[in-house]
Ligand binder design. Structure first.
Ligand code: SAM
Length: 346
């Protein structure tokens, strides 16, 4: 694999110091954000989506108001990668714009997001769905028939408070009927998603955006594989794979079926292993963790609420890291874009 492309564009302005280890959410700022959005005269009476996104981003620049949204400065050429079904690094771009581009292309009709927070990414990515698929917008009820023509964006969020903020922001953006937020812990939510939403089987999501609790990424992907929510043709975009980093997840999506099968023969870990660090050198991020799943993938975090995914080791991914920045701290970060290519028969 080629080393990660060095970004030639300037990093975005730095509005906040790095937030790791400090209080950066859940201190009332999310409720304050909703009140603020609802008070802005320019956001009343169907302002469209961009003014709402801009207002959220502006709010996040204030003191103690950092927001853990994806922002619009991460990633590179994702639309192109996916359209070609052949991921390769091709320079830096804006992840928000690119994922929106995938949806605009009409390829992405059903999108699943893990981690709504205040709704920034949901607004950004779902806003094209009503124009492209006016007759098939979720959450019109499914009958459970796989031939139904549906489009929509389902977002899972653990916090009722954040979900309320996201719903309020989505209402202002005119997307209240397009994005369905399901509250609760992601792992049991995924296990029960078909039942909860009466989704037909087989039915996969066209895109999954993973952006919630970092130690849950791998286990939740395995649960989605088992449930058939992720299947050949699904594109998985996982945020924050550099900052704070997620070596176990990268090692899983970059592993071959044979490597994953070998790992499954080993018993699950009973205690949490030490966390594997990211490589110190940015040039190694793109090529690291290709030797098979790390031991940490045998550990199920407590936050998965007792739901352990074994995954489907036969699924083959083509996986690529897409660089960018945190929207407020200017720190380097990246998304991992993994295209599920096929199921290998052994
Ligand atoms: C980084 S934020 C999501 C940002 C959002 N995707 C955006 O870009 O605008 C992570 C979110 O995941 C949520 N979260 C954490 N653990 C979760 C879990 N187990 N299940 C569902 N959501 C969870 C947090 O409450 C938080 O709102």
């Amino acid at each position: 694999m080629a080393p990660v492309a060095i970004d030639e564009r300037p990093a975005p302005p730095k509005y906040h110091e790095p937030v790791q280890g400090t209080v950066y959410h859940g201190d009332g700022r999310e409720e304050a954000l909703l009140k603020h959005l609802q008070s802005l005269p320019e956001l009343q009476n169907n302002p469209g989506t961009q003014p709402v996104l801009d207002a959220i981003h502006e709010f996040g620049k204030g003191e103690n108001r950092y927001l853990m949204s994806v922002g619009d400065t991460k990633g590179t050429g994702i639309e192109k990668l996916i359209n070609e079904k052949k991921p390769k690094v091709s320079g830096q771009a804006r992840v928000g714009a690119d994922i929106a581009g995938l949806i605009t292309s009409g390829l992405m009709k059903l999108v699943l997001e893990l981690g709504s927070y205040v709704g920034y990414s949901a607004i950004c990515f779902a806003r094209h769905l009503p124009k492209l698929h006016p007759d098939s917008i979720y959450p019109a009820n499914w009958t459970g028939d796989v031939n139904e023509d549906k489009a929509g964006y389902i977002s899972l969020e653990k916090s009722e408070v954040y979900a309320a903020t996201a719903r309020g922001a989505l209402e202002l953006a005119g997307l209240g009927d397009v994005v369905k937020i399901v509250t609760g812990s992601s792992t049991p939510s995924l296990k029960n998603l078909r039942k909860t939403l009466n989704l037909p089987r087989p039915l996969k999501f066209d895109m999954v955006f993973i952006d919630h609790l970092k130690p849950l990424y791998t286990n939740d992907l395995k649960v989605m594989e088992e449930e058939g929510l992720v299947a050949p043709g699904t594109i998985i975009v996982a945020d924050n794979v550099v900052k704070p980093g997620n070596p176990p997840y990268l090692s899983y999506v970059r592993a071959t079926p044979a490597q994953k099968r070998a790992m499954l023969d080993r018993p699950p870990l009973k205690t949490q292993p030490a966390t594997t660090p990211n490589p110190a050198d940015a040039n190694d991020w793109e090529t690291a963790f290709c030797d098979g799943p790390l031991e940490e993938t045998l550990w199920t975090p407590d936050e998965s609420d007792g739901v352990t995914g074994r995954g489907d080791p036969d699924l083959v991914y083509s996986s690529e890291m897409i660089g960018g920045w945190d929207p407020y701290t200017g720190e380097r970060d990246a998304c991992e874009v993994s295209v599920c290519l096929r199921k290998e028969s052994n």
